[in-house]
Design a binder for this molecule. Structure first.
Ligand SMILES: Nc1nc2c(c(=O)[nH]1)N[C@H]1C(S)=C(S)[C@@H](COP(=O)(O)O)O[C@H]1N2
Ligand SMILES: [Mo]
Length: 354
C-alpha cells in the first residue's frame, strides 16, 4: 500500500478502523492522579501478539560480553522500582492539523499516567557487559507487520546515555498488576520523559549495536518533517501540554459543555518531558490568568492544576496552556508537520453557561 498524502477530506474508513482499535483517555479521567488501567490511552501499530509467558524469554545480545536469556521470574526477582510516569503518543493532536496526516486520528486524549513497576535496565546491561564501541541499544517487540511497504518487527533504539538513565525500566506491572495484553505483557520498556513510541511493548530482544539503528520505527516514522523528502529531526521527549477536565455536562453528539452560572473550579493536569512544568494558565476568550499548580506525582508524571472561574451566562471559549522550566510554552496554533507529530497546540473547550 503506498502511503496516502495528508488530506483535508472526510475521515477515511482506514482512520476509523485505527480509531476503533486504539483509544484515548476520556478527558474526565484527568481527575485521577493515576489513570485506571482501563482508561489509559492505547496505541497498537499491528496486532496484540500472543505471548506464552512460560516459554517467553528476554534475550540480551549483540555487542555484549555475555548473552543473557531471562525468564519473567528471573526479571521479577531483580531489584524492583515503581515510578509514576505520564505517557503520551507523539501523534496526539494529529487530527487537528490541516491538512491532516492519515494515521491514528488523535484529538487530545492520547495520554495517561500509571504506576509502572519493573527493574532498572542499566543493571541488566551491566550484567551482559556492553563491549567498547557500543553506540545504541535496540529494543524489539513480539509484534510484526507492514508499514509503508516495509515488513518488520516493531523495534526502536536508544543511545547508550538514554538507555542507562536510572529511571529507564523493564516494566512488568502497571498500577500494581501484571501488564495487560494490550499494554505489553509480559514486559515493556519504560523511558520516562519520552513520547510513547520509545516505550517498546512485548519486549523479546535487546541488542547492543555499533552503528545507529536504521529500522522503520526509528529512521522513517517519528520525525518532524515538512514533506516526504525532508531529512527532519527525530521525535524524542514530550512537549509541554495542559488539559482540563471539561466542566459541566456534555451534549451527546457535539460534546459542547453546559454549565450553571456562578463560581466554578476548573481543574486539569499538565506535563512536559523536557523540563518540570513551571506554569499553567487558564484562558477565557483568550484572556490568560495563572492557574494554581500542585506538586507533580513524580519527576516524569503530570501535575494537577486548578483555576477559579466566575461563569457568566452566555457562550464561552475556555483554554489552558503549560510552560516548562526550559522555556517551552504551548503554542496557540498547531505547528504543522508531515507525520502529525508533537502537536501540543492549546486545548479549547466551548461551554454554554445558563
Ligand atoms: N512493540 C510495540 N511497542 C509499542 C507500540 C507498538 O505498536 N508495538 N506502540 C508504541 C506507541 S506509538 C505508543 S504511543 C505506546 C502506547 O503505549 P500504551 O498503549 O501502553 O498506552 O506504545 C509504544 N510501544
Ligand atoms: Mo504513539
Amino acid at each position: 500500500m503506498p502511503a496516502p498524502e495528508p488530506t483535508t477530506g472526510p475521515l477515511t474508513p482506514e482512520e476509523l478502523q485505527l480509531a476503533t482499535r486504539n483509544r484515548g483517555m476520556p478527558l474526565e479521567a484527568l481527575r485521577y492522579d493515576t489513570t485506571p488501567t482501563g482508561l489509559h490511552y492505547l496505541l497498537v501499530h499491528f496486532d496484540i501478539p500472543a505471548v506464552d509467558a512460560a516459554a517467553w524469554r528476554l534475550r540480551v545480545g549483540g555487542s555484549v560480553e555475555r548473552e543473557l536469556s531471562l525468564s519473567l521470574d528471573e526479571i521479577r526477582a531483580r531489584p524492583r522500582e515503581t515510578l509514576a510516569v505520564t505517557l503520551e503518543c507523539a501523534g496526539n493532536g494529529r487530527a487537528r492539523l490541516v491538512p491532516r496526516p492519515v494515521s491514528q486520528p488523535w484529538l487530545n486524549e492520547a495520554v495517561g499516567t500509571a504506576e509502572w513497576t519493573g527493574t532498572p535496565l542499566a543493571s541488566v546491561l551491566d550484567e551482559a557487559g556492553l563491549k567498547p564501541g557500543t553506540v545504541e541499544l535496540v529494543f524489539t517487540g513480539a509484534d510484526h507487520g507492514v508499514e509503508k511497504e516495509l515488513e518488520h518487527d516493531y523495534a526502536r533504539s536508544l543511545s547508550l546515555a538514554e538507555a542507562t538513565r536510572p529511571q529507564v525500566l523493564l516494566a512488568y506491572e502497571m498500577n500494581g498488576r501484571p501488564l495487560e495484553p494490550q499494554h505489553g505483557f509480559p514486559l515493556r520498556l519504560l523511558v520516562p520523559g519520552w513520547y510513547g513510541m520509545a516505550h517498546v511493548k512485548w519486549l523479546t530482544r535487546i541488542d547492543a549495536v555499533r552503528e545507529p539503528f536504521e529500522g522503520y520505527q526509528q529512521r522513517i516514522a517519528y520525525y518532524y518533517r515538512q514533506d516526504a523528502d525532508d531529512p527532519g529531526e527525530p521525535v524524542t521527549r514530550i512537549r509541554p501540554r495542559a488539559l482540563m477536565v471539561p466542566p459541566g455536562f456534555p451534549d451527546f453528539l457535539t460534546r459542547q459543555r453546559i454549565l450553571d452560572s456562578g463560581r466554578v473550579e476548573v481543574s486539569g493536569r499538565a506535563w512536559s518531558g523536557l523540563a518540570p512544568v513551571s506554569q499553567v494558565e487558564f484562558g477565557v476568550e483568550g484572556v490568560w490568568t495563572p492557574a494554581k499548580l500542585e506538586e507533580p506525582l513524580g519527576k516524569h508524571a503530570w501535575c494537577r492544576w486548578t483555576a477559579a472561574w466566575d461563569a457568566t451566562p452566555g457562550e464561552h471559549l475556555l483554554s489552558c496552556r503549560a510552560s516548562d522550566a526550559a522555556g517551552n510554552r504551548q503554542p496557540t496554533d498547531s505547528a504543522w508537520n508531515y507525520q502529525g507529530m508533537g502537536n501540543n497546540a492549546v486545548q479549547t473547550v466551548r461551554v454554554l453557561v445558563r
